[in-house]
Design a protein around this ligand. Structure first.
Ligand code: UDX
Length: 436
């Protein structure tokens, strides 16, 4: 099948490469010339395990190309919209400017019978509006949300948990659903659930999924607050809760909370849309989910202050982690970097390390000091704060080695990812987030 993918960020670049890898002929289109140049050379413009290989083989096979010219979408049977929907600068709602620019840019190049598949995360009701514009060109709009996680994007795109396709009523919708089934042929063949819904439901699935995940994380972080007050251990609590099959262990990881380019802005946009629909009270809890999440950052900073005897001014603090999560170089709304910036604001001598995100962090926060090697960040530190649970810190860093470098054996485990007993046994003062 011939396809175009409009927007080549985390979502679009991976989608284009994945579709080419299962045999389709794909052109990825983006307005950013340097991004298109890098992708055309088979280089991922961001850190995403497995993407470089997929890009290179797709380009070498002649099935994958990238362009800045929307006219190159002509001839594709399915056009995926994969542009970003950031938070508006003046509120919580999603900024749909890139979605509309993509739609208007694509319109003159659509042909009768083409299918346009929206993948971007949009407020419910958006697809209905876009559908009219697409229909004016004789094409059909479907909504096909994407659930990929950064760091696992290739895996999640090639072997998704489920495929959701929202279609308009009538024959055109059914035909479009059939085309999407062909597009996702390999996943459909392996019995991946393929759900056909109306447009609004498909849009809602994505917002609701992210709202649920964020709520689950904030739930366990709320329990961490209680555990702190009660002298309990939230990691043992989560372990015990997760064995209940109805609850499960995933997304019960307590610590400094969620960040990134999706969950924070998506729950705000979801709440804003619900309010616009007159149903703000239905998701009022999302405001609380957001507030709990942001309090985690305050808590981590407070633990460092307490551990250093009430004053961080001039004290050297090694911050291990800048990315919003491991296996990513993404620092958008990163709680890790936020903790570093706040400590620096209090006058601490902060040195940040991260296996992948230093360049992005340095560009956004040049006021911070950075270390390429973990050892350099640790040297002479008065306190160590682990804020992204990279294997390099969680698994590879031993308390004995770290202890040989620091000035003071004080560690704050912002992700509850270290073996507290082992660090304590090596003479460290260990503080977790909601741990005794
Ligand atoms: C998320 C959704 O998982 C994905 O389905 C959607 O398409 C986009 O948003 P992503 O932003 O890549 O994906 O990150 P995810 O792995 O979900 O983690 C989000 C944040 O939650 C990270 O900051 C992570 O550190 C944090 N998190 C995750 C926790 O604090 N605890 C957990 O148990 C899990």
């Amino acid at each position: 099948m011939r396809m175009s993918v409009i927007g080549c960020g985390y979502l679009g670049a991976v989608h284009a490469a994945a579709m080419a890898s299962i045999g389709h002929e794909v052109v990825g289109i983006d307005v950013d010339e340097s991004k298109v140049a890098r992708l055309s050379r088979g280089e991922a413009p961001f850190f995403e395990p497995g993407l470089d290989d997929l890009l290179r083989s797709g380009i070498a096979d002649g099935r994958l190309s990238f362009s800045t010219d929307m006219a190159d979408a002509v001839g594709a049977e399915v056009h995926f919209l994969a542009v970003g929907t950031p938070q508006s600068s003046d509120g919580d709602a999603a900024d749909l400017r890139f979605v509309w620019a993509a739609v208007e840019g694509l319109l003159p190049h659509l042909r009768q019978g083409d299918v346009v598949a929206g993948k971007s995360t949009v407020p419910v009701g958006t697809a209905e509006e876009i559908a009219d514009r697409i229909a004016s060109a004789g094409a059909t709009l479907v909504w096909n949300p994407e659930f990929l996680r950064e760091g696992w994007a290739v895996h999640d795109t090639l072997t998704p948990d489920r495929i959701v396709v929202g279609v308009p009523d009538g024959d055109a919708g059914l035909r479009a659903a059939g085309m999407l089934r062909s597009a996702y042929r390999t996943a459909a063949e392996t019995d991946t659930p393929f759900l056909v819904t109306d447009l609004a439901t498909a849009e809602l699935v994505k917002g609701a999924a992210n709202a649920f995940l964020a709520t689950k994380i904030s739930f366990i972080n709320a329990m961490a607050e209680i555990a702190d007050a009660a002298g309990a251990d939230v990691t043992l609590l989560a372990e015990a809760l997760g064995h209940d099959g109805r609850i499960g262990h995933r997304y019960l990881g307590s610590g400094i909370g969620f960040g990134g380019g999706c969950l924070p802005k998506d729950i705000r946009a979801f709440a804003a849309r619900a309010e616009a629909l007159g149903r703000g009270e239905s998701v009022g809890f999302l405001r609380e989910v957001d507030a709990i999440n942001l309090r985690r950052r305050d808590r981590a900073v407070q633990l460092v202050i307490d551990a250093l005897g009430g004053r961080v001014f001039g004290r050297r603090v090694a911050v291990l982690g800048a990315a919003f999560k491991p296996f990513s170089d993404d620092i958008r709304d990163s709680p890790a970097l936020d903790v570093a910036v706040r400590l620096r604001g209090l006058g601490a001598d902060v040195v940040v390390a991260d296996p992948a995100a230093i360049d992005n962090a340095e560009a956004a926060h040049p006021q911070l000091a950075y270390a390429r090697a973990t050892d350099d960040a640790l040297r002479d530190a008065d306190a160590v704060v682990v804020v992204t649970e990279w294997d390099e810190y969680r698994r590879d860093l031993t308390p004995a080695h770290a202890g040989s470098l620091v000035r003071q054996r004080v560690v704050i485990d912002g992700r509850n990812c270290l073996d507290a007993a082992a660090w304590r046994a090596a003479g460290w003062t260990y503080r977790g987030m909601g741990r005794r």
